[in-house]
Design a protein around this ligand. Structure first.
Ligand SMILES: [Mg+2]
Length: 192
């Protein structure tokens, strides 16, 4: 069997969270309600813990709210994904804490927004473990270089445990405008 000649140059592995990074939160729900659903009402605000739906109905409602029509793409951020995916120096993956009941929905969303082909791998939390633990495990395993994440507590958690650069994506900042596909690697280390 013939082997293709491979180059030694390692690609920069850039990983993206989905909700709050590429996928907008549901516009009709106030932020407080989303927090309540995702983190639970009695949880200590400084403690990292995520709720798993406790009933089939809640699962169904959360599944419904993930309909591609209700989840607008964050176009500015997606533009960066498309640029990076066209650049052979980069390898892109999704690392999302979304639970198993959202697996199909997530693929539907990625396809509806023509993003499925941009990524080498899509890692979803299909074993329904706590999202921060899932992200820690995957990012270590795949030796990710850069991770785009919106959740501040997850960022703090990962920074202590995974050797990679993390870009904090916020509502107002999105991706740092100083980053271009040519400069992303050196620039990014300044941000972490
Ligand atoms: Mg997120």
């Amino acid at each position: 069997m013939k082997h293709l000649k491979s180059t030694n140059k390692k690609k920069i592995h850039v990983c993206f969270d989905l909700d709050g990074v590429l996928i907008g939160k549901p516009a009709f729900l106030p932020k407080k309600v989303i927090e309540l659903v995702v983190r639970g009402k009695n949880s200590n605000p400084t403690k990292l813990h995520f709720r798993y739906p406790t009933s089939k109905i809640e699962e169904y409602i959360r599944w419904l709210s993930q309909h591609p029509y209700l989840r607008r793409p964050l176009t500015e951020n997606i533009k960066i994904v498309r640029e990076l995916s066209a650049n052979p120096s980069y390898k892109l993956s999704v690392v999302s804490g979304r639970y198993q009941f959202l697996e199909k929905r997530t693929y539907e969303w990625l396809q509806a927004n023509n993003l499925d082909m941009c990524f080498s791998n899509i890692f979803l939390n299909t074993k329904n473990v706590q999202p921060h633990l899932f992200k820690e495990r995957v990012l270590k395993q795949i030796k990710a270089d850069i991770f785009f994440e919106d959740d501040e507590m997850i960022i703090r958690y990962l920074k202590k445990r995974v050797p990679l650069s993390i870009v904090h994506v916020t509502d107002s900042i999105k991706f740092p405008s100083t980053l271009s596909t040519n400069t992303i690697a050196p620039e990014i280390s300044l941000l972490s």
